[in-house]
Design a protein around this ligand. Sequence first.
Ligand code: HEC
Length: 136
Amino acid sequence: MKKILITSAVVLTFVACGGSGTENKEAAEQKSATSEAAEATSPTDNPDYEKGLVLVAKPENLCLTCHKIDEKVIGPAYRDVANKYEATEANIKMLAEKVVKGGSGVWGDVAMPPNAVVNIADAEQMVKYILLLKNK
Ligand code: HEC
């Protein structure tokens, strides 16, 4: 009788350990699935992308008459702008100010005229979108 008790205790211990081992493995699998998901998120999933794109594409803001994403038109390609600047708060503020007040001397001989219909908050949102186009 005693022997049986000991055996079942051993079996129980074994089962308990086996059980928690499986849980750990599941937790680890879940964790790696989460980090894979994080890696798979693209810049277009960032809410700033959609919000800025909507503003840039508004016809009355005129941005797309002078800028394209991948081609220089009158102004530089947005992708080139994105690759030139880190998306720091200081750069976003500086570029947003240029969008509103105009800018010159960075991309060539043509200046960007002031975009007076754009307020600074919208301009910052547009710049956040533009800087998400970085591919280098
Ligand atoms: C009339 C044409 C024109 C319009 C309209 C225009 N841009 Fe520009 N943009 C330019 C030119 C030209 C430059 C390059 C200026 C320079 O070399 O400093 C430029 C530069 C920029 C830059 C980079 C600034 C820098 O210093 O690197 C950003 C960002 C930008 N434009 C965003 C916008 C946004 C957003 C809009 C719409 C609100 C807009 N632009 C409308 C012509 C335009």
